[in-house]
Design a binder for this molecule. Structure first.
Ligand code: ADP
Ligand code: MG
Length: 562
């Protein structure tokens, strides 16, 4: 074996592979260049999912002849200088790699003209070598044409997915730009067919509707927060629109599309018990922070970033989402953990902030169940309550509804330290044994247990004794409930005390609530409905399942084709 230095052309191909792994990434880099050149219109034409041809035409600043001749060489950029180094990057590009990478693995033609010049200049590079250069008539701006991408790297080509998939990925890339830059005109065509043509607008509402679909749009609630140096605006989806994956999560940090686990987690945490742990909310969030606190240079395609103030960003995102859920009466906030130091919605000037302030949301829907007086209620399969309502009919999941009622009562008891919680004394104090970790959890939540009406004392060794319990647990198997709860709490560590508290309260309310299969009297059914209406967050149970479904007469008529 002998070590030797790789020829430049091979090195170029290897590094090109990192940035331009597939056609969509070439499209992304070219659009970034157009945006950095302050274009207002970007026209993207794709042939055969980008493998045959990609054209990105912009009306931006263009390049001089000298700059054009440098632009496709490795590590040439007009966007970084020594002084600023890699701190506080305001442009989308900065690595000076994209054009060089594309040039190494395609036939690249760039036509460009600065506005003040009467003519432009054109250059063609074939697999890294200049094939042609000279003056050309071309409109102000830049046209980049990429022919036969990957022709010289058959190994790479083998890894590409089907043309349909590659086209979808290209469409996703352009969609992201269209969402984060609503003021720019984007046109995307494939094999001569227009996929979309979006004229510049003041905000991205219309684009969300058009690009992500009307049903997506209707599920959205605005989010807006300004807190010191952080500004957050955008939309979150109602709990029922949550998905099993993050396909509908859009995060733009300083208008750059990023995938950020921390932000995803912050949103998910804010939803708390509104969502089951297996699903994840949909959202579009635009986060604006000073460029100095974001490091965009942690990923070759600039898709991931890191923040110097990650914790503050996390808290701000969580708070912004919580506030929106609260404003829309979907969730509570444990007052105890609330921070009061941020600017409230009233002060924000973003578009979604304006929407939030205006009294009527375009998608506001009231979901109150109004029982038709004098009508009888019915229990179906000892699981659902059938309710004739003023508008049609309602169905209530007796367990989910009761669970939410109890959960909110527990939360109120705990947060407001309401002293009048009804407890009952056990006829015969109950003793039970706990493992070390279970007893530690019990200790950790000692105060909450006490506040809820439990009296649990350490007896001796690993034995504990229960003397009193909340009235709602009368007749239930207390030992099993408490033990199950401690096991549940021991599983999958939750990061914060309020999440753990919430989980515990959710567990207790689940165990105390009437079950599917419990026979209810008319009075009990009425009681559940009445209390549910007065309960906060009453659309779902603490695990995120709906508590009730309503069908209007109009919807029934439609079903029966009247
Ligand atoms: P980077 O964007 O990281 O600087 P690129 O290889 O993408 O690196 O581009 C190199 C340089 O070419 C840019 O810094 C810019 O000066 C110039 N350039 C590329 N595309 C355009 C364009 N569409 N309009 C104007 N200048 C461009
Ligand atoms: Mg670039």
């Amino acid at each position: 074996m002998k070590i030797y230095t790789l020829p430049d052309s091979v090195v170029a191909k290897i590094s090109a592979g990192e940035v331009i792994e597939r056609p969509a990434y070439a499209v992304k880099e070219l659009i970034e260049n157009s945006i950095d050149a302050r274009a207002s219109t970007i026209d993207i034409q794709i042939e055969d999912a980008g493998l045959k041809q990609i054209i990105v035409q912009d009306n931006g600043e263009g390049m001089s002849e000298e700059d054009l001749k440098l632009s496709f060489l490795p590590h040439t950029t007009s966007k970084l200088d020594d002084e600023h180094d890699l701190i506080g990057i305001k442009t989308l590009g900065f690595r000076g790699e994209a054009l060089a990478s594309i040039a190494a693995i395609s036939t690249l033609t760039i036509k460009t003209r600065e506005k003040q010049n009467p003519a432009g200049y054109e250059i063609t590079i074939r697999h890294g070598d200049i094939e042609h250069a000279g003056p050309v008539g071309t409109p102000p701006g830049t046209i980049v044409r990429v022919d036969t991408l990957f022709l010289s790297v058959p190994a790479r080509k083998k890894f590409l997915k089907s043309a349909k998939t590659e086209l979808r990925l290209i469409t996703n890339v352009v969609t992201n730009f269209a969402l984060s830059y609503p003021s720019l005109h984007f046109v995307l065509t494939h094999n001569g067919k227009t996929i979309f043509d979006l004229p510049g607008r003041e905000n991205n509402l219309g684009r969300i509707k058009q690009l992500l679909g009307n049903s997506f749009f209707e599920e959205l609630l605005p989010v807006a927060l300004e807190d010191g140096f952080i500004q957050i605006s955008g939309f979150i989806g109602r709990p029922q629109s949550a998905l099993k994956n993050n396909a509908r999560q859009f995060v733009f940090v300083n208008q750059r599309t990023v995938t950020d686990r921390m932000i995803q987690t912050a949103v998910k945490e804010a939803f708390g018990s509104l969502l089951p742990s297996s699903s994840t909310p949909i959202f579009i969030l635009e986060i604006t922070v000073p460029p100095e606190i974001v490091d965009v240079n942690v990923h070759p395609r600039k898709e991931q970033i890191s923040f110097t103030n990650a914790q503050e960003i996390f808290a701000a995102v969580k708070q912004a989402v919580s506030e929106s859920l609260q404003e829309n009466n979907l969730t509570f906030k444990l007052a105890k953990f609330r921070t009061e130091n941020s600017a409230r919605l009233g002060e924000t000037t973003s578009f979604s902030g304006e929407l939030l302030k205006s009294a009527v949301l375009p998608w506001d829907r009231s979901e109150k169940i109004a029982i038709k007086p004098s009508e009888r209620l019915m229990q179906i399969h000892q699981t659902y309550i059938f309710v004739p309502t003023l508008e049609g009919l309602g169905l209530i999941d007796q367990h989910a509804a009761h669970e939410r009622i109890l959960f909110e009562e527990f939360v109120t008891t705990f947060v407001k330290k309401k002293k009048d919680q009804q407890a009952y004394e056990l006829n015969k104090p109950l003793t039970f044994d706990l493992s070390l970790s279970e007893s530690q959890i019990l200790e950790e939540f000692d105060q909450i247990f006490t506040e809820l009406g439990f009296t649990i004392d350490h007896f001796q060794g690993s034995t504990f004794i229960i003397r009193t319990a909340p009235a709602v647990f009368k007749g239930r198997n207390l030992e099993k409930i408490i033990k199950d709860m401690l096991v549940d709490m021991a599983e999958g560590e939750l990061p914060t005390i309020d999440l753990r508290t919430e989980r515990m309260l959710a567990f207790l309310s689940c165990r105390a609530a009437v079950k599917a299969g419990d026979v209810l009297t008319e009075r009990q059914m009425k009681d559940i409905i009445k209390r549910l209406e007065k309960t906060a967050n009453n659309a779902t149970c603490p695990h995120g399942r709906p508590t009730r479904i309503q069908i209007s007469i109009a919807e029934l008529d439609k079903l029966f084709k009247r």
